[in-house]
Design a protein around this ligand. Structure first.
Ligand code: ADP
Ligand code: MG
Length: 307
């Protein structure tokens, strides 16, 4: 539903987005992850038509957005500036935008969204009196007024306390699972992306360094971690001795028959189990350890820094 092709954006002679390609499918929660200044907001602004790309295309539902601006009406947006009027009540804010977007059955729709975002009992309070978290939820409700198929959220939980972050996160998950709305969000928070996104792009200095599912990233190649559970925990120290003697094993840690280690090229885990068993040490369980997205992310960012 969203496709970005060879997108490049320069400000003067500074390349801010460098030949970016990405696609977001229906019902997907896609995360654009990167440090400050990576180009996340710029990417969103170009997709939304708020900035003209230097070159490249944005396709929305198969149509070139530059040729058919109407396709953008199927997008809901929450950027850093949320457009909320602090002097209007929550209800009146939504009513104002509902009129602007010519939303049908306005009252019912507004009430539905206040309910959805958990703001029903604050509907008549001025938005200026809201906590950041409530205001973000109101911004989210505003973005949903016209029933978009794709929601673009720029750092939706940035600056919120953990509890409010969780509320916003839960709303996003609910949207994608219950309403089948696709979400494109940016974040510099790895943990958040890991929790709510299906796929993620790691953006650094305007370049996409990597795109994959969160699941695949957590178990991708380059991961040497192995976890072993011994049948007999009393053989723990013996197992550690055997493992230390193996040239291709390092970082053996653990206690009471549960070990984790790094195994380098050459033989696989099964061969390692065979070695242990040849010393009479039974292996109950053996699996590759799942990496956190943080490890993958730091690896990617580090590689770039070394180049
Ligand atoms: N209007 C602009 N003119 C010049 N440089 C800009 C402009 N907008 C953003 N940039 C630069 O582009 C880079 C990417 O910015 P941005 O997209 O805001 O990053 P992010 O949202 O990932 O933190 C930054 O180095 C920023 O200074
Ligand atoms: Mg930004």
């Amino acid at each position: 539903m969203l496709e970005v092709r060879h997108l490049t954006k320069r400000f003067k002679d500074r390349v801010v987005l460098d030949d970016m390609d990405l696609t977001v499918g229906e019902g997907e929660v896609f995360g654009c992850l990167g440090p400050n200044g990576a180009g996340k907001t710029t990417t969103m602004r170009v997709i939304l038509g708020l900035l003209r790309p230097t070159s490249g295309d944005v396709l929305l539902w198969g149509e070139r957005a530059s040729k058919n601006a109407a396709v953008r009406s199927r997008i809901g947006v929450l950027l850093e500036s949320d457009g909320i009027y602090p002097r209007l009540t929550a209800y009146d804010n939504l009513d104002y935008f509902a009129q602007l977007y010519r939303v049908r059955s306005r009252k019912a729709r507004i009430e539905e969204l206040l309910e959805f975002s958990g703001l029903s009992d604050r509907a008549q309070d001025k938005a200026g009196t809201f906590s950041r978290g409530m205001r973000r939820k109101l911004g989210l409700a505003r973005a949903l007024l016209h029933g978009p198929d794709l929601l673009m959220l720029d750092e939706p939980s940035a600056g919120l306390d953990p509890e409010a972050q969780k509320m916003v996160r839960d709303l996003i998950v609910k949207l994608s699972t219950e309403s089948r709305i696709s979400v494109f969000l940016s974040s510099h928070d790895l943990d958040e992306v890991q929790r709510i996104c299906g796929r993620v792009a790691i953006l650094q200095r305007g370049r996409i360094r990597l795109v994959d599912t969160v699941k695949a990233l957590q178990s991708s190649t380059g991961n040497n971690g192995i976890e072993i559970v011994l049948t007999d925990p009393s053989l723990h120290d013996e197992a550690v001795r055997v493992l230390h003697a193996c040239d291709d094993v390092s970082d053996v840690v653990g206690a009471e028959g549960r070990l984790s280690l790094n195994l380098y090229e050459g033989r696989g885990g099964a061969a390692l189990a065979a070695v242990l068993e040849s010393y009479g040490i039974g292996v109950e369980e053996m699996r590759r350890s799942r990496r956190s997205l943080e490890e993958v992310y730091l690896e990617v960012v580090r590689q770039e820094a070394e180049q």
